[in-house]
Structure formats: structure tokens, C-alpha cells
Design a protein around this ligand. Structure first.
Ligand code: CP3
Length: 350
């Protein structure tokens, strides 16, 4: 089916657009009362595993906020769950694995996955969301990077100093690499299956890449991201890599095979564009907490982001990380309207 509003896909390929497209990381989530209403009836994992519910909340931000792309409602941790780890989502505490992977014996318990069986519910959700979107906007599929997934699998929960994952990297790098290989294989076939099911683009979230030294980032994270991208079965579906806090390896990052690099708000779009903007498109990077401000401040900050990228295609507006659950949805809506209004002047008419 032809996509009516394909600004996002064109910008990913640095093709000409009339205005800058915008979507918001974590746009299908708790800041929306309409999401919370669905969530009251089902727990988080049940929502992920029920295609009708996943499709409903994936489409909500398109209807309510006006974004230029939908992202499939799911979580990065469905892969470790499919590999056999028991996942619990705790309100306030986030995800917990009660039996984290810390030894070779623990690692043996992880099975190889077949996404068409073990993660069929995600593929069904993608197909149903695609159908219900009726070609209004593109649909983004996603996965965690192998390193970010391994961090959760080893730590067992969110962490402050990441001592368990670092113990593994420095104490038993051989085991770390064998686990990263196994996860990378799973992510590559999973993302390929999502594209096959109808995703128009995919994003790899490397939320924890930035906790590593520059050399370790290359060895334990970037190498596996590149491997996944080279193994993806895709036609012209763009790949976005969002690696939070990885300002020190931008040149290397831009050569991983991604079409788009997502930036957090600590980076300056103008200087990043000068460095890598010839090779890749850029996504980002408004500080998510700007959405706590009033509309005039949101406008001022959004204009700064647009001006920092400057004229021409190759920019997808987004926040520098996920939208926070206590943001007023009216402010998210205002941001989308502001970007639509203020970005036209950065794109020439002919
Ligand atoms: O972007 C979207 O709207 C699509 C859905 C999406 C979710 N998680 C839904 C979710 C996406 C893309 C993710 C990715 C994800 N999940 C990441 C990478 C992105 C990032 O923010 O860095 C990570 C690290 C996770 C792991 C995860 N899942 C955490 C840490 C948490 C708890 C913290 C939190 O934000 O609540 C989750 C739960 C989760 N994933 C929720 C949602 C809507 C909240 C669950 C609920 O409704 O109770």
C-alpha cells in the first residue's frame, strides 16, 4: 500500500521534503490518558502480546498528537523473554529479571529463537497495525542493541553503576562475546521478520552504549550493531541507530551501515551534521524535559533544534530520549504543531 504521508521515509533517505517530519520516542505510552485507559484493563506484557491492544495504542499518537510515523507498541525485552528469561514489569521499578545471566551455566539456559514462532505476537501486531493505519503514515519496528539487551540480562534490572555487566566484560570477555553473538543473531532475524510483516523502517536502541569507554563501545556494542545491519533482509527500509551518550565515536557510528543516526540532547546538531551529515541523516534531539515548559518556551527550543540542523533534507525531528510519563499531552501536541509550522522555511519550495 502506498503511504500517504511519507515525509519520515523521505527524510531518512535525505530526499527532498516540504517540511521536517517529527515522531517522538516512547510516543505510545503513559503520558496519554487514552493509553492509561487501555493499560488499566491489561498488564504491560499482556498488552504487548495482544495484537488488537498493541495496534490500538500504536495508532493513538498518530490520531491524538499528529506525529508523522507510528512505532509498534512492544518492548526491547521481549527478546530475552523469548530466549527463556522470566520478565516482570514493575510499576515504578521498571523491568526485572529475577534470574539474571552471570555465568556459563546461566548462559546455557538461553535458547535460540525463531521469531515466527516465539515472537509471532509481535509480527501479528505489526501486520494488524499496518492494516489499521491504512497507509496514513509509515510504521517503525524496533529492537534493543545486543549490548543494551545483555546489560538488562546480566544486571537483572536498571542499574546505577553497571557493575555486573562490567564484571562480565572485564572478567570473562569470551562469554560476553558469545552471548552478544547469540543476541545479535536473534535481533537480526527478528528485525528482518518485522520488515517482512510490514515495518517500513527499523530503529535499534542502544540505550546503554554510552556507559562504555570508546574502545569498549566499538568492541562490545558497535561491532554487533554493524553485523545486524549487514545481515538484515530489507529492500529500501531505512535503519536508524539511536546510541545514547555516544558522542565520542560519531565517525565510527556513522559507518555502521545505518541510514539515520539518532542523537541525544547533549550533542549539537550543527557540528554533528558537519562531521557525518554527508553520510547519514540525523534524528533528534530536543531535551525531553523541554516539554515541561509552556508553549512559547517549547517553540523557542524547537526552533533552536531546527536552526541547528539548518537548511535542507536529512533531519527527522524527535526528542533526545523518550517522552517522560508525566508530560502534559497538550505540550506534545503543541510541539508537533510547532515543528510542522516552523520547519517549512528550512526546505525550499522547488
Ligand atoms: O516508543 C514507543 O512508543 C514504542 C514502545 C516502546 C516501549 N519501550 C514501551 C514501554 C519502546 C520503543 C520501548 C523501548 C525500550 N524499552 C527501551 C529503549 C528505549 C529507551 O527508552 O532507552 C528500553 C531501555 C526499554 C526497557 C523498559 N521497558 C524500561 C526501562 C521500562 C520501564 C521504565 C518505563 O519507562 O516505565 C519499560 C516499560 C515500558 N515499555 C513501558 C512502555 C509504554 C511502560 C510500561 C507500563 O505501561 O507500565
Amino acid at each position: 500500500m502506498k503511504i500517504k504521508n511519507d515525509l519520515f521515509l523521505r527524510a531518512c533517505k535525505k530526499e527532498k521534503v516540504e517540511r521536517t517530519p517529527i515522531w517522538i520516542m516512547r510516543q505510545a505510552g503513559r503520558y496519554l490518558p487514552q493509553y492509561r485507559a487501555v493499560r488499566e484493563k491489561a498488564d504491560f506484557l499482556t498488552m504487548c502480546k495482544t495484537p488488537e491492544l498493541a495496534a490500538e495504542v500504536s495508532i493513538q499518537p498518530v490520531d491524538l498528537i499528529g506525529v508523522d510515523a507510528a512505532i509498534i507498541f512492544s518492548d526491547i525485552l521481549v527478546i530475552p523473554e523469548a530466549m527463556g528469561m522470566h520478565l516482570e514489569m514493575h510499576e515504578g521499578k521498571g523491568p526485572i529479571f529475577h534470574h539474571p545471566i552471570r555465568s556459563e551455566d546461566d548462559a546455557k539456559m538461553l535458547k535460540d529463537i525463531d521469531p515466527t514462532k516465539d515472537l509471532k505476537y509481535v509480527l501479528d501486531a505489526v501486520a494488524l497495525t499496518k492494516k489499521e493505519l491504512k497507509g496514513r503514515v509509515p510504521l517503525i519496528g524496533f529492537a534493543g542493541s545486543p549490548f543494551t539487551l545483555l546489560t538488562y540480562m546480566v544486571e537483572g534490572r536498571g542499574s546505577k553503576n553497571f557493575s555486573e555487566i562490567k564484571k562480565l566484560l572485564y572478567g570473562n570477555p569470551k562469554l560476553a562475546h558469545s552471548l552478544l553473538n547469540k543476541i545479535a543473531k536473534a535481533v537480526a532475524i527478528y528485525l528482518s521478520a518485522k520488515i517482512e510483516a510490514g515495518a517500513n523502517a527499523v530503529q535499534i536502541f542502544d540505550t546503554w552504549g554510552g556507559i562504555l569507554t570508546p574502545d569498549d563501545f566499538r568492541e562490545f556494542s558497535l561491532n554487533y550493531i554493524s553485523k545486524i545491519i549487514s545481515e538484515l533482509k530489507r529492500k529500501d527500509e531505512p535503519v536508524i541507530v539511536f546510541a545514547k551518550g555516544v558522542h565520542y565515536k560519531l565517525k565510527k557510528l556513522s559507518k555502521c551501515g545505518a541510514d539515520v543516526i539518532g542523537l541525544d540532547w547533549t550533542m549539537d546538531l550543527k557540528s554533528v551534521r558537519e562531521k557525518i551529515g554527508k553520510r547519514v541523516a540525523l534524528q533528534g534531539n530536543l531535551d525531553p524535559t523541554v516539554l515541561y515548559a509552556d508553549e512559547s518556551k517549547i517553540r523557542e527550543e524547537a526552533k533552536k533544534v531546527l536552526a541547528s540542523y539548518g537548511k535542507g533534507s536529512g533531519h527527522i525531528f524527535n526528542l533526545g530520549h523518550g517522552i517522560l510519563p508525566d508530560v502534559n499531552p497538550e505540550n506534545a501536541k503543541a510541539l508537533v504543531r510547532i515543528v510542522k509550522e516552523e520547519s517549512m522555511i528550512f526546505h525550499s519550495k522547488n
